[in-house]
Design a protein around this ligand. Structure first.
Ligand SMILES: Nc1ncnc2c1ncn2[C@@H]1O[C@H](COP(=O)(O)OP(=O)(O)OP(=O)(O)O)[C@@H](O)[C@H]1O
Ligand SMILES: [Mg+2]
Length: 386
């Protein structure tokens, strides 16, 4: 009879092309049962609708059938549990980190990539307001506009100055606005029209430059405004910043199922865990106090449930938000007490809970705080006591 270790050796030759590792290392092989010349193999896929399913099944069959003594292969596919998926992501991220290039972003910086299954749902609005709110809480925050030619961050932050480079290091210096530091192609090119000339540019290269040639300095959080779609940028991001996590923005429209598959696929291909879902343009409350659900209801909750993550908040439709985007003052600065401003504050608080600053977790962060605590009262005491 064939030895199970021969089967595992053969399965190590089956690669998940997107995750770049073999299915044994990724923990996708759940069991192997051999009965004479017949073998049954359990394969756990990341999601039931896994687009790689046919390819993986075909490869498994071919590799295993090649073992002398095996005449029949039965594959039993299942979908991974949340825990199995988390373990698989950890393995894929560890591998990605091994070949990642060094960036100017410290490994302790928390990276929140704002993504969506389709365009125009409010990713940039969420990115800006989230970044500014986190900074208002006292953290060092960077905002990277990864929408290389569809940039909107400079306008939303009211930045008109151009990007400058450090004389000595030649590194680009992010522009400070509303308490955060921002980088965007819009700070380099003349106008939103000239950006079209960048169309030939390799997107992933531009992102790489923004991560390796920018003097970010110390950051607790880096918020990344992703372009719409599930393309190169998302994959390059996870290669360059393996710590990146995704916040998904959606509208309440009941197209969630389609969006969910797209987002799950994006997360899978970029190994990014999903922190939660933000539902934007949730409802509109008119002056007479009546609430209208212009774009339907329940899409955010439905998407969050199907992704197995929390719905971290709902932002109402608010003309003030459009105005804020055009005037260059984010709504959390101009109208923090209005419903949309309050919604962003709540979302930021929840995200800070779900993704706490790394300094709180590391030993060096803790030691630095203890030293601070020890140092501060002593000097206070010296002054007060005199
Ligand atoms: N809650 C809201 N209420 C009213 N208007 C909003 C709201 N959220 C976003 N908008 C407006 O909708 C438009 C699209 O928003 P935004 O640019 O943030 O979306 P996006 O997902 O980044 O788009 P793209 O996919 O083009 O990058 C903007 O004009 C913005 O001001
Ligand atoms: Mg945008």
């Amino acid at each position: 009879m064939v030895d199970p270790s021969d089967i595992f050796d053969a399965l190590r030759g089956v690669f998940d092309p997107e995750l770049g590792a073999d299915i044994v290392e990724l923990g996708m092989v759940t069991d192997v049962e051999i009965e004479l010349a017949k073998v049954a193999i359990g394969i756990a896929l990341t999601i039931a609708e896994c687009p790689m399913r046919n390819q993986i099944e075909g490869d498994v069959t071919r590799k295993v059938m090649a073992i002398p003594g095996i005449e029949d292969v039965e594959i039993r596919t299942t979908a991974m549990t949340k825990l199995q998926r988390a373990e698989l992501m950890a393995t894929a991220r560890r591998r990605a980190r091994e070949d990642a290039q060094p960036t100017m972003v410290q490994p302790t910086t928390r990276v929140l990539a704002i993504a969506s299954g389709k365009g125009g749902v409010g990713k940039s609005s969420v990115s800006v307001n989230l970044a500014v709110t986190i900074a208002q809480r006292g953290f060092q925050v960077g905002l990277l506009d990864a929408d290389i030619w569809g940039f909107s961050i400079p306008r939303m932050l009211g930045i008109t100055e151009r990007l400058k480079a450090d004389d000595e290091t030649r590194l680009m210096i992010p522009v400070a606005a509303h308490g955060i530091r921002a980088i965007s192609t819009g700070l380099i090119v003349e106008s939103e029209e000239t950006a079209l000339m960048w169309r030939g540019l390799m997107l992933s290269k531009a992102l790489e430059q923004f991560l390796t040639q920018v003097k970010w300095g110390e950051l607790d959080y880096l918020v990344i405004d992703l372009p719409p779609g599930t393309g190169d940028i998302q994959m390059a991001l996870s290669r360059l910043l393996p710590q990146a996590e995704m916040v998904v923005v959606t509208t309440p429209q009941q197209t969630a199922q389609k969006v969910a598959v797209r987002v799950a696929d994006m997360a899978r291909r970029s190994f990014m865990p999903i922190v939660g879902v933000v539902e934007n343009m949730s409802s509109f409350t008119s002056r007479d106090g009546e609430t209208h659900y212009l774009f339907g209801a329940g899409g955010g909750e439905e998407l969050a449930t199907s992704l197995g993550v929390p719905l971290v908040g709902q932002v109402p439709l608010d003309p003030l938000l459009v105005e804020a985007g055009d005037s260059g003052v984010p709504i959390v600065s101009s109208h923090p007490d209005q419903p949309a401003g309050l919604a962003f504050a709540k979302i930021a608080n929840l995200i800070l809970e779900l993704v706490p600053p790394a300094a709180d977790e590391t030993c060096t962060g803790r030691i630095a705080r203890i030293l601070d605590d020890l140092g501060a009262p002593q000097s206070d005491h010296a002054i007060v006591g005199d």
